[in-house]
Write a protein that binds this ligand. Sequence first.
Ligand code: ADP
Ligand code: ADP
Length: 237
Amino acid sequence: MTRVQMIGVGKRYPARGSGSAPVVAVDDVSIDVASGEIHAVIGYSGAGKSTLLRLVNGLEQATSGSILVGDDDVTKLSESKLRAVRGRIGMIFQQFNLFHSKKVAKNVEYPLVVAGVPAEERKRRVAEMLDFVGLGDKADSYTDQLSGGQKQRVGIARALATNPGVLLADEATSALDPETSQEVLGLLKRVNEEFGITIILITHEMEVVRSIANRVTVMEKGRAVEQGDVFDVFSDP
Ligand code: ADP
Ligand code: ADP
């Protein structure tokens, strides 16, 4: 239930050494993601997609433009306010980024510990989220005993634990086989429909966009070169 507005966003990385030029990773990109929308950003490697996602959750600082997450402009917040906004943004990753030495339940609980949620409520919430992703019986397993699809389900349960308004997905199905990818995409669709969570996903795969996105932005060399409803952008001429 959160709108995300990127307005004229730019990110320039400084030159690495003398003689090399600065890299313009994101160049004047504007994307208005409506509350409850699934918005895909597609493009080849190096197009600037993951930089753009890192700007949205404030892991990188934009060099120009504004990014509104709900009413908060993440490009202008202090680090402490930014931490609060990040609590309203969940994220999942291509390589899942789970703690292998911790049990599934502990992984899902982690963001709740960080957020200072009391133990009793944490327990309830973890059980609820594991049930939602279909892993109610895996709470006490270690994550390295799970399949790739199950690991990503744990990632999704963890990302949702704090009840965020926005979910950012960074190539969330790229490490999975096609069938497992479809299952995970189906789960993301349910996340969107049942909780009204806005989803911004980046991918290099057209199939992912076609499967679940409402709207799409095509990125090329840092720029948004095309944008619109998936059906319009990818319809055959
Ligand atoms: P994508 O996610 O679409 O593959 P990236 O956002 O990773 O694209 O990269 C966009 C451009 O920015 C690339 O040219 C990449 O080399 C450059 N880049 C990404 N991160 C950094 C960084 N931390 N420092 C310097 N250049 C970077
Ligand atoms: P960051 O990008 O903030 O440095 P990482 O990339 O290391 O974080 O971790 C990625 C994911 O792992 C995030 O969703 C974060 O919430 C989660 N995470 C980070 N540290 C821990 C931890 N000690 N235990 C469980 N999850 C963690």
